[in-house]
Design a protein. Structure first.
Length: 312
């Protein structure tokens, strides 16, 4: 009985995390004067860089601490990917024992791995944060929680049985030839991924589309601050999806996580809630970024929307 309750407890805990994250953003986004104070409070707590209130100097950290998010994400996602992949390999003995859901989790984690590795690379080599750029400690902690909970949400149905398998494996390794546990057939390790349903590959295509455009947009943003003497200056970014929206890197992130929803088969509520948090959070941030650009530049392109072309 306990073995059935604990996995669902992990799933519901993750769902609660996403709901708790979505709810205040939705409330703060209501266009009503009743929520104006709450909107400003949430903006203060989540503000960073150019959209952060310049008077907010308490409980802040340098914006280049963003790198910490991706260090945590790479370590955690890599661990989950490896142990879930090994578990899937060791428990798939034949076509009759092929667990589509488990191998789908491996595939989703593989996609997430490519995302967090690229983001870590960009945070070190592409972005050039202003020396004075700060973010609130609440936003910093939220980022750490997000990059812990997001990869886990992609495999949460199997997390406990995977961890039990790993614990048993290490317990058995004592006094036994370790090569028994690291000997893999490469084709058997990869071929189950080729057997996944068509929607997985459609999702991967959407993911890749957003992945490529996000990298292009981050490169554009990084190129705006090449002159260290003007490291506190801002310019209007142009090119790629910047021609349509003010925050195309946020739009592409929504496409990336939308690709994960498609690849999951649309049936996982936890992944839907993860996607809901990503959308709510980025739309909220994009709206404020767009307002900042409009206030900052008199010649800001009037045909640009905040995050969704021709809509918002």
């Amino acid at each position: 009985m306990l073995n059935q309750v604990l996995p669902m407890a992990v799933v519901w805990l993750l769902r609660a995390v996403w709901i708790v994250g979505i709810f205040p953003i939705v409330i703060a986004s209501f266009p009503s004067s009743k929520f104006y104070s709450f909107h400003n409070l949430l903006l203060k707590l989540s503000g960073r860089g150019k959209i952060m209130d310049s008077s907010s100097k308490k409980l802040v950290v340098p914006q280049n601490f963003f790198c910490h998010f991706y260090i945590v994400a790479v370590i955690w996602t890599t661990f989950l990917l490896v142990v879930t992949w090994v578990y899937a390999y060791k428990t798939t003995n034949s076509a009759l024992n092929f667990k589509h859901g488990l191998w789908k989790s491996v595939f989703l984690l593989l996609l997430m791995e490519t995302q967090v590795l690229r983001r870590l690379f960009e945070s070190i080599y592409v972005f050039k944060y202003s020396p004075s750029a700060r973010m609130h400690i609440a936003g910093y902690l939220t980022g750490l929680i997000f990059y812990t909970a997001a990869p886990l949400s992609l495999c949460c149905t199997y997390t406990l049985e995977v961890f039990e398998f790993v614990a048993d494996m290490f317990a058995e390794v004592k006094g036994i030839d370790i090569m028994k546990f690291v000997d893999f057939d490469l084709w058997a390790l990869l071929s189950p991924l080729m057997q996944l349903e068509w929607h997985v590959w459609i999702g991967a295509a959407f993911f890749s589309w957003g992945w490529v455009h996000q990298h292009h947009c981050h490169a554009i943003l990084g190129s705006l601050r090449r002159n260290d003497k003007k490291s506190n200056d801002y310019a209007i970014p142009i090119g790629d999806w910047f021609e349509s929206v003010s925050s195309p890197h946020y739009l592409s992130e929504i496409v990336i996580y939308g690709g994960l929803v498609i690849a999951s088969g649309f049936s996982d509520i936890t992944i839907w809630l993860l996607f809901g948090f990503v959308v709510a959070n980025l739309v909220f941030a994009a709206a404020e970024t767009h307002r900042w650009y409009v206030r900052k530049f008199d010649n800001y392109p009037s045909n640009r929307y905040a995050i969704i072309p021709f809509v918002y």
